[in-house]
Design a protein around this ligand. Structure first.
Ligand code: ADP
Ligand code: MG
Length: 153
């Protein structure tokens, strides 16, 4: 199975998916989070980052572009590229340094970094349903496919 389609009835279900991902992730892993504003990308990230041990709030780093966390012995970077006007800006912030061996990268609005942002291992597409949300998870590399395998019911 290369992808997994899930219905998330409420915010709690989105957080629970983040928690499930936390259990099956081993770095290095790059996760791209697609979806419209309000689709639940940050909520999913919050479930994941808090399950890895972060105690505080998790907000989209819209203006700072990236929020770093050091959790469970790994380096976690939460990107939000919504405000990026040109993928080249990623070069200026030294994007390559963020993708080291022990890193989990979670990237909202990866389309804004197209061409410079490293490719995803795991792609998550969040979308609105009449009630709740849909999440489609796709493994783009062997490492991403392993996560899908572990998550699949
Ligand atoms: P994004 O980062 O994609 O812009 P956020 O996660 O910041 O979206 O916001 C999503 C909003 O939708 C939040 O108000 C959250 O409570 C809500 N939400 C998250 N998941 C669900 C869900 N499965 N069903 C209904 N509402 C949800
Ligand atoms: Mg967000």
């Amino acid at each position: 199975m290369n992808s997994l389609t899930l219905t998330l009835a409420d915010e709690g279900a989105t957080l629970a998916l983040g928690q499930a991902l936390a259990r099956h992730i081993t770095p290095p892993l790059i996760v791209h989070l697609h979806g419209d504003l309000g689709a639940g990308k940050t909520t999913l990230t919050r479930g994941l980052v808090q399950a890895l041990g972060h105690q505080g709030a998790v907000k989209s780093p819209t203006y700072t572009l990236v929020e770093p966390y050091e959790l469970s012995g790994m380096q976690v970077y939460h990107f939000d590229l919504y405000r990026l006007s040109d993928p080249e800006e990623l070069e200026f912030m030294g994007i390559r340094d963020y993708f080291a061996n022990n890193t989990l990268a979670l990237v909202e609005w990866p389309s804004k970094g197209l061409g410079i942002l490293p490719e995803a291992d795991l792609m998550v597409e969040m979308a609105y349903l009449p009630t709740g949300r849909q999440a489609i998870l796709s493994g783009m590399t062997e490492r991403g496919l392993d996560v899908i395998k572990e998550l699949a019911p």
